[in-house]
Write a protein that binds this ligand. Structure first.
Ligand code: ZN
Length: 176
């Protein structure tokens, strides 16, 4: 497994609509392993391929540390209810804001074995799935804030980024 550098807000690939995956190949399986490893090393609960510079429709989610979920070519079939909670993103480290999401989602995904299945999730897991599918469409959680809140957050981001060069964050193996 390889830890991949994470693209930060400002990197154009985060704004791209990722491409459908025609077939689950060994390269995709390897990418999924790397996504999980990178997500865990950086302390996240989800990571989409375009966050590591690969504009393909695959993302991983694990909200409990023991519930790994692979989303390949995910499509939202149904959303119900509403939840508001604090959200962050590995591509926008240290910034958080309340984001409104559906409370429950039904999605259709391709599994690693190539089978297309339906999946239902609620609450925090549903939030993580919606966040990752947004990534694959080039959408970030800051886009879901009110214009005022978004401006405030982006201002903070620019302050934090002052003097930084480029939009890549190296991810290191956490110390045991
Ligand atoms: Zn994110």
């Amino acid at each position: 497994m390889t830890l991949l550098p994470i693209h930060l807000l400002g990197s154009p690939i985060l704004r791209e609509r990722a491409a459908e995956i025609p077939e689950v190949t060994n390269d995709i399986r390897r990418l999924v392993d790397d996504l999980f490893a990178t997500m865990r090393a950086d302390g996240g609960v989800g990571l989409a391929a375009n966050q590591v510079g690969i504009a393909k429709r695959v993302a991983v989610v694990d909200t409990t540390g023991n519930d790994p979920l692979v989303l390949i070519n995910p499509v939202v079939l149904e959303t119900t209810g509403k939840q508001v909670d604090e959200e962050g993103c590995l591509s926008i480290p240290e910034l958080y804001a309340d984001v409104t999401r559906a409370q429950r989602v039904v999605v259709e995904i391709t599994r690693l074995d190539g089978e297309r299945v339906r999946l239902e999730a609620e609450d925090f897991k549903a939030r993580a799935i919606q966040h990752e599918i947004d990534h694959l469409d080039g959408v970030l959680f800051v886009d879901r804030l009110s214009p005022l809140k978004r401006r405030m957050l982006l201002k903070k981001w620019q302050k934090m980024r002052k003097g930084s060069v480029g939009y890549l964050k190296e991810v290191a193996t956490p110390a045991e």
